[in-house]
Design a protein around this ligand. Sequence first.
Ligand code: FAD
Ligand code: SF4
Ligand code: SF4
Ligand code: SF4
Length: 407
Amino acid sequence: MLTENQNKNQCCGCMACSQICPKSAITMEQDDQGFAYPSVDKNKCIDCGLCHKVCPMEENYVGQDAVPDIYALCNKNRETLTESSSGGMFSILARWVIGQGGVIYGVAFDESFSVRHMRADSMEDAARFRSSKYVESDLTEVYAHILEDLKAGLTVLLTGTPCQISAVQKFLLQKRADCTNLYTCDNICHGVPSRKIWTDYLTILQDKYMDSNDSITYINMRSKKSGWKERAMEVRLKNGDLDEVTKDFSFNKIFSSLYANRPSCFNCKYTSHKRPSDFTLGDFWNEKSAGITFDVSNGVSEVLVNTEKGRKLFQLIKDQANCQPVSKKAAWQPHLEYAAKAPKNQAQFWEEYNSSPDKEALLRRYLEGTFMTKVIRKASPILQKTGLYSMAGKMYKVLLVKKSNTP
Ligand SMILES: Cc1cc2nc3c(=O)[nH]c(=O)nc-3n(C[C@H](O)[C@H](O)[C@H](O)COP(=O)(O)OP(=O)(O)OC[C@H]3O[C@@H](n4cnc5c(N)ncnc54)[C@H](O)[C@@H]3O)c2cc1C
Ligand code: SF4
Ligand code: SF4
Ligand code: SF4
């Protein structure tokens, strides 16, 4: 049985425990930050231990080395590339799986712009998964369907954060599912912000910046309208857009300020080159120092091919992309080595947030981040250009991160 006072930084909210429990003894309950945690009904529990067996936070990949094949990669299809967060590798994988008559599990906005994992059996549907949504996604739909798909012999591509992938894999293992046809793809992971703040943010946009007869038709948190390195947020309405508002009041800034992140993300067990998935995708920021020879102006993915299964598939699909092998050093990324460091005043942020009548003013005050996040934001592009990014990141780890995120 999970401990009654499950330490919050030891739970990534994947729901695997509640989905596996044979006695339906576990329910997920939201705390005042909008993160769900398991609550166990002791009267129903039979102490079978399954909830521990599926828990991805009981793994620890940190400090474990691995030697993935690493590529810088751009989808050759210009339109798909523009709609993708970085180089559009996800869509190449998705197209192959759909071509096998398979299905994709990925993250999309639903009709009210809540962020959830959904199932797609066509490329048209899977296109909704393009572009990163920097909000914790709801995994309910995956557990409900993936087992059936695998039993039916379908080829399945599961995408998500590494803790989510690990959770679903452990769930499938306990269900004795045949995973021969399952391909998995995680992302290099900075963390996931609270759904509660995302919902409040949408309410602020609706109440303050839109006419009562207007509505949001499209949100893109990785719009390439003003260049892919801008990581801009784009919100379109029935009657116009919110470009002026999202320039300085962007949810992406809340994401990068780290205040809204789930506590487990500061204690992440997946910041390593060793990965639970066949593929890992990220943004390739070091293209200058890595000597990439093709055009990367519209975005480029960092692709880690982690398994033999992944290598075989990569050989079949790589012609759909411009790609180049790169060294581990050139592909260095902070979150392949260490977790983000929690802002010192994060507890104060939540206290103020939950009692503030003016959430916008409070978010604007905090979203610029701490002194350190401001320095990192300003310095990163320069360090990437000069090839000093990995050296600076390693120094940051030694000086500031190393001992601060331990449970
Ligand atoms: C929460 C989060 C944090 C990230 N942190 C980093 C980072 O620190 N460094 C880095 O280099 N890259 C990070 N990424 C990855 C990066 O944003 C791109 O997803 C990656 O470059 C793949 O690009 P693409 O063009 O192939 O994917 P796209 O075609 O844009 O496809 C996006 C993929 O991400 C999945 N996805 C979208 N939203 C979510 C979500 N909320 N949760 C789980 N999966 C989601 C979709 O299902 C799809 O598979 C992060 C992504 C997410 C979602
Ligand atoms: S030990 Fe078994 S019965 Fe008890 S909560 Fe965990 S999964 Fe459910
Ligand atoms: S990480 Fe997932 S499996 Fe582990 S306690 Fe939290 S919700 Fe349950
Ligand atoms: S940072 Fe770690 S714990 Fe948080 S969502 Fe990403 S993989 Fe999961």
